[in-house]
Design a binder for this molecule. Structure first.
Ligand code: FES
Length: 579
């Protein structure tokens, strides 16, 4: 297409004033006179849109007066990476008139990917947000997964400690994208990426180990891996893992054996790192599922160091006294092969995960373990067992009384998100060893029983509630029970759950959320969808989510403001205006 030519004034005027302004299509442009020549730039500072013609030109540099970003007058390249390069335009002088030549700007995905990495490196959320918006808007061939991939590459490379909260948030947000309003999806990705950036800043990078390159019998990998994790030998465990992943790829096999090996090692001890180890393991496999099996050699080894170093809950007093919960679990696990044998003939005849969940809220740990054993012997599937634990853990949040210490929200959150991870793992890759995590999760729910004493009043359905009422709950502190009641009433009255889930997501993304909030929201969305539509279980799970969010809002809401700024800049709106 022919470039547009725009006359912005005469050379005489330009010399006299030092600059001229005009419009090239929708874009404001500015032409400066400097050192005897004319130079045109987009008139909006790429940082936050200040009119550059109101800046200063000196020694070949344009300085924006809002935050003092400096630009090379010829190329538009910035000397201050928090800003970005400003678009230059060719200028021609024709018959004493100054003419700006504006060609249609082509979409340059590589440029935006580079800017995204710049933003991640330097912790510049505005740069990250602008790059995400540009990538998602620019070309239908570039989608959210491409953005997640950039974050994943960055997060797995630049954190010696490996998989952490940042990548977990990024994958959680990628998982919930279909449940959010379209307008909130870029914001969700920016939240995840901002977390990745924060999680890597000032930390050493990771130096991956290479596969052994020898023919080891495949059954050895799991034996070695579990032994090395047991003895906290993370380098040996990592070399084993990369070799196992490599061997699986060579054999054209899937990752099922690798996943079973890793989840076995992550459940050889009780509730590693407060449940985070299993949660991170699940998220890493979800990332591989989302982005492709070719990411496995890059992603999975990042779990090793954390798994080897994780605290083992059985070393803590609360799992040993006054009741030795670990011994109780071990005794049940001794019976498990027989129970599984009994249950195998009855699969399909057991269908009471809800009843099992309520049994898990009981006061007697022995009775809880027995209830799980009975369910196994009665034919409960791994998925049903995982769903029961996750529901019991969700009910701890739904029934959490606000007279508890505020920090105790994190306690019930840990039980819930770990149980959600166990459920997801059992859905994707069930194996008998992973069933140990069901017992671990149930005992964790048992330990949190005092956080439901007294129990929060069960929500009572009200007629005529609106989601606008729910949104108002985030603006005032302490509207925990109101939020729960509105969410419950909405669903009880037959309201569409989709908009409710989206409104809860918007509440999360509007705030400067903490790590646990993303986990809670994502787990609630996943668990809600694990139950039949219209079920009481689904309702109570979302009630818990609404209560959790209301307990933590409002915050300063800075991140959402940054993304709003980036969106307005992209639309070409004037951010700087004199009143
Ligand atoms: S430096 Fe130009 S708007 Fe901030």
């Amino acid at each position: 297409m022919e470039p547009v030519r725009v006359t912005v004034g005469s050379v005489e005027e330009l010399r006299a004033r030092g600059f001229l302004t005009g419009k090239a299509g929708a874009h404001p442009v500015c032409v400066f006179w400097h050192d005897g020549g004319a130079y045109a730039l987009d008139d909006r500072c790429p940082h936050m849109g200040f009119p550059l013609h109101r800046g200063t030109v000196e020694a070949g540099l344009v300085t924006c007066h809002w935050h003092n970003a400096r630009f090379d007058l010829c190329s538009g390249g910035t000397l201050d990476p928090f800003a970005d390069d400003v678009r230059p335009y060719p200028v021609e002088v024709i018959d004493g008139q100054v003419v700006v030549v504006a060609a249609i700007e082509s979409f340059d995905a590589e440029h935006h990917r580079r800017r995204l990495v710049d933003g991640l490196e330097q912790g510049l959320t505005l740069v990250v947000a602008k790059a995400v918006l540009a990538l998602l808007d620019g070309d239908p061939s570039v989608g959210p997964h491409d953005v997640v991939r950039v974050g994943l590459d960055f997060g797995t490379t630049y954190r010696a400690d490996g998989w952490g909260a940042g990548l977990t948030v990024l994958v959680a947000m990628a998982n919930v994208l279909p449940h959010l309003e379209a307008a909130d999806r870029p914001l969700a990705l920016v939240h995840g990426l901002a977390f990745v950036s924060r999680d890597t800043r000032g930390r050493p990078p990771r130096f991956p180990l290479t596969p052994l390159g020898s023919q080891v019998p495949p059954q050895r990998w799991a034996v070695w891996y579990r032994r090395f994790i047991e003895t906290r030998s993370s380098d040996a465990a990592e070399r084993t893992l990369v070799s196992a992943v490599d061997a699986a790829a060579d054999a054209g096999a899937g990752l099922e054996d690798v996943e079973a090996m890793m989840t076995a090692a992550a459940t050889d001890h009780v509730f590693l790192d407060g449940g985070h180890t299993l949660d991170f393991t699940n998220k890493a496999f979800e990332a591989v599922g989302l982005l492709g099996v070719d990411t496995a050699p890059q992603v999975l080894p990042t779990l090793v160091r954390g798994t080897a170093r994780a605290t083992r809950a059985e070393e803590g007093g609360s799992w040993r006294h006054p009741v030795d919960l670990v011994a109780l679990i071990d005794s049940a696990l001794g019976r498990l092969p027989r129970l599984l044998g009994e249950g195998a003939a009855l699969v399909g005849s057991w269908n009471d995960p809800s009843g099992l969940a309520w049994a898990m809220l009981g006061e007697e740990p022995g009775a809880i373990v027995d209830a799980i054993c009975s369910a196994v012997a009665g034919g409960a599937t791994p998925e049903q067992l995982g769903r029961a634990v996750a529901y019991a853990a969700a009910l701890r949040i739904t029934r959490f009384h606000i007279q508890n210490d505020h920090g105790d929200w994190d306690v019930v959150h840990h039980g819930f998100t770990a149980a959600n991870a166990v459920h997801q793992l059992l859905v994707r890759a069930p194996n008998p060893e992973l069933l140990r995590a069901v017992f671990h999760g149930a005992m964790r729910v048992y330990q949190d029983r005092f956080l439901n004493v007294p129990t929060a009043r069960p929500p009572q359905a009200r007629a005529g509630v609106t989601l606008a009422e729910l949104s108002a709950c985030w603006d005032e502190q302490g509207r925990v029970d109101d939020a729960g009641t509105i969410a419950y009433s909405w669903l009880h009255g037959g309201g569409d759950p989709g908009p409710l889930v989206a409104v809860l997501g918007r509440a999360l993304l509007a705030e400067d959320a903490g790590f646990h909030w993303y986990q809670t929201y994502e787990a609630a969305v996943r668990q809600f969808h694990a139950w039949p539509l219209g079920s009481e279980e689904g309702r109570l799970i979302l009630v818990g989510c609404a209560r959790f969010l209301a307990a933590h809002t409002p915050t300063r809401r800075e991140l959402a403001q940054v993304v709003r700024t980036a969106t307005r800049l992209r639309r070409g709106e004037a951010l700087f205006e004199e009143t």
